[in-house]
Ligand binder design. Structure first.
Ligand code: C2E
Ligand code: MG
Ligand code: MG
Length: 600
């Protein structure tokens, strides 16, 4: 074998060529060394005792030694942590014992200074010419960069890029583990899912901009984290929705306790871009004790409970209870059914008598909507009116109720001369008010039925009126001009501005039944009723008490100067035929226990 040695001038031109004769063994060694030193992978040979007999330059560089020769006779224990070196030795002993190679094993090499790199290593048995295993040979490729990219991709798949919190996928995975644990052992600990939704985030985003919105979410995430123990998981599901997984809790109170902490933590204002922003959060809680089959069901229920919490007002929490899911599914079907309900006349007014508290005589009725659902039975307005409001159908329902009730009362007035001035109250929702057609509807119905406008009263909740001040004021004035009455419903539960209250032509405040209900139980409740009565009287208005259930309440109300009321004590809301029987049997005279029982 010859080796060509070429010499070059300073300009790079070849000048001469020297051919040197080299013995065969030397050539083989030279070739091997050239190959070993020029591959980008680390290569090493070890004897049967895992001592290096030879390594290439790449491996020497990884060991941080100047020359490959310095590794000869040393072991992995000189270069790696004991744990890593011991594992390598075990692998090599196994290869020597079995003669089987280890191919592309991915391992993390940790250096004593804590640095590490990922390598993919193939280890082979090294044999002499007779086939005896004399040691091992390893080829290891540095895959740290690839691993880093993989880790980044993995992080991106499981973490929210804005807050760096776990995302839905990771949260569900952790929840899944708890389900598996629960399946394995009967007595495994209780866990809970909290579903959080920020109450005013949209307003913050819209007013301060999206970047401020992002900052707000980051700070909020940090605050939420402060309320949790190290083992709990806080995740961001997207937008302003967060979830918390509480493991190993003892009772429902532990979960509601965390929700309380969260409410407190978020109560303090937060500064974003020089502006103070406030938020509160609605929290739905689902507990593993409900016996869920899978994470999706538990999350669904926590979400449903969150919506219930939000519907009850902001900054609240709600633990999921059995029928909520049914209700949520029901609400979904409701919308489709509701459209048909009006066409098929399934919505009917029930009539609850309004009574003179001094004489006990019926003075009118309040029309309350009932839905006679073909398969679900009687559906109450608290359930379907909010859906009708959301979908805009409340206008149609309201108009229908108004027409039906006015026609009915007019019929009774004509049929029974002693009831010729019988009154009817019809409820009007906030959305109906904002849609603006109420006054025109009333005009049309009065014309069609011939009902005296003075016999008609519209009930508007104080919040509905205050929320729709601009449209509401015009409607109210038009109704007043027609001589139609106006009562402020559920008074005491909203936030009336007394200044506005004064400027509206309101005939009566209807004291919300929650106050009547608690009267007599706590002195301050009676004081509230007393204050409402005197406020009304000072403004030249009447008061009507809702939800009277006991004789004692009647007496207390009369003592406070409240002259009118309605409630189960007198009668529940009745279908038209029963209301007519009541009119038929009573001659505008006091309710007696006999007349009441005849209604039931
Ligand atoms: P509301 O106008 O304040 O009606 C009074 C509610 O209190 C009625 O509930 C009535 O059944 C109930 N109630 C009356 N007396 C008592 C009592 O002694 N004890 C108790 N516990 N409850 C009593 P209902 O019929 O379920 O109606 C609930 C609400 O739905 C109504 O509250 C009203 O805001 C709304 N609503 C009913 N019908 C209509 C309608 O046609 N249009 C609109 N927009 N809303 C309606
Ligand atoms: Mg009412
Ligand atoms: Mg009311």
């Amino acid at each position: 074998m010859r080796r060509r040695a070429s010499c070059k001038t300073a300009e790079g031109e070849p000048t001469s060529e020297v051919v040197v004769e080299i013995p065969r063994l030397e050539v083989e060694t030279f070739l091997l060394e050239t190959l070993m030193d020029n591959v980008p992978d680390a290569i090493y040979f070890k004897d049967r005792d895992s001592r290096f007999t030879s390594i290439n330059r790449c491996q020497a560089a990884r060991f941080g030694i100047a020359s490959p020769a310095l590794a000869v006779g040393r072991t992995d224990f000189d270069f790696f942590t004991d744990e890593h070196a011991a594992q390598a030795r075990r692998d090599e002993q196994e290869i020597i014992r079995t003669g089987q190679p280890l191919v592309n094993v991915e391992e993390k090499e940790t250096l004593p200074n804590g640095e590490f790199r990922w390598v993919s290593t193939t280890k082979l048995p090294l044999r002499d010419r007779k086939g005896n295993i004399v040691g091992t040979c390893g080829i290891s490729r540095d895959i740290t960069e690839r691993k880093k990219t993989e880790e980044q991709l993995q992080h991106r798949a499981f973490y929210d890029p804005l807050t760096d919190l776990p995302n839905r996928a990771l949260f569900t995975d952790r929840l899944q583990h708890l389900f598996q644990r629960a399946r394995r052992s009967l007595g495994s600990p209780l866990f809970a899912v909290l579903y959080l939704d920020l109450d005013r985030f949209k307003a913050i985003n819209d007013s301060l901009g999206h970047q401020a919105g992002d900052e707000f979410l980051i700070i909020t995430a940090r605050r939420l984290n402060r309320c949790l123990r190290p083992g709990d998981t806080l995740a961001r599901f997207g937008g302003d929705e967060f979830t918390v997984l509480l493991d190993d809790i003892h009772s429902e109170a532990d979960a509601t306790g965390v929700a309380d902490r969260i409410h407190r933590e978020l109560a303090a204002p937060l500064e974003v871009r020089g502006c103070e922003a406030f938020t509160s959060v609605s929290v739905g809680i689902a507990l593993s004790s409900a016996g869920y089959e899978c994470p999706e069901d538990m999350l669904r229920d926590a979400d449903t409970a969150m919506y219930r919490a939000k519907a009850g007002g902001r900054g609240r929490h709600q633990v999921f209870v059995g029928d909520m899911h049914q209700r949520a599914v029901f609400a979904l079907h409701l919308e489709t059914d509701l459209r048909r309900a009006v066409e098929r006349e399934e919505i009917v007014p029930y009539y609850q008598p309004l009574v003179d508290l001094d004489t006990g005589a019926v003075v009118g009725f309040e029309a309350l909507a009932r839905w006679r659902h073909p398969t679900r039975g009687m559906v109450m307005p608290d359930l379907f009116i909010p859906v009708a409001e959301e979908t805009g159908m409340v206008g149609m329902i309201g108009e229908w109720m108004l027409a039906k009730a006015c026609r009915q009362v007019r019929e009774w007035q004509c049929k029974y001369s002693r009831w010729s001035t019988l009154g009817i109250s019809v409820n009007v929702s906030g959305r109906q008010l904002s849609q603006g057609g109420v006054a025109a509807d009333v005009e049309r119905v009065l014309r069609a039925t011939g009902l005296d406008p003075q016999c008609l009263t519209l009930e508007i909740t104080e919040s509905a009126l205050m929320d729709n001040l601009s449209v509401g004021a015009g409607v109210v004035q038009r109704l007043h001009a027609m001589s139609v009455g106006l009562h402020l419903d559920d008074f005491g539960t909203g936030y009336s501005s007394l200044a506005y209250l004064h400027s509206f032509p309101v005939q009566a405040l209807k004291i919300d039944r929650s106050f009547i209900n608690r009267m007599g139980r706590a002195p301050h409740q009676s004081a509230i009723v007393k204050a409402i009565v005197s406020l009304a009287h000072n403004l030249g208005m009447d008061v009507v008490a809702e939800g009277i259930e006991t004789r004692a309440q009647v007496e207390a109300l009369r003592a406070l100067g409240c002259r009118r009321g309605q409630g189960f004590l007198f009668s529940e809301p009745l279908p038209a035929d029963q209301a007519e029987r009541l009119l038929d049997s009573s001659v505008a005279r006091p309710f007696t226990d006999d007349s009441r029982s005849s209604l039931r």
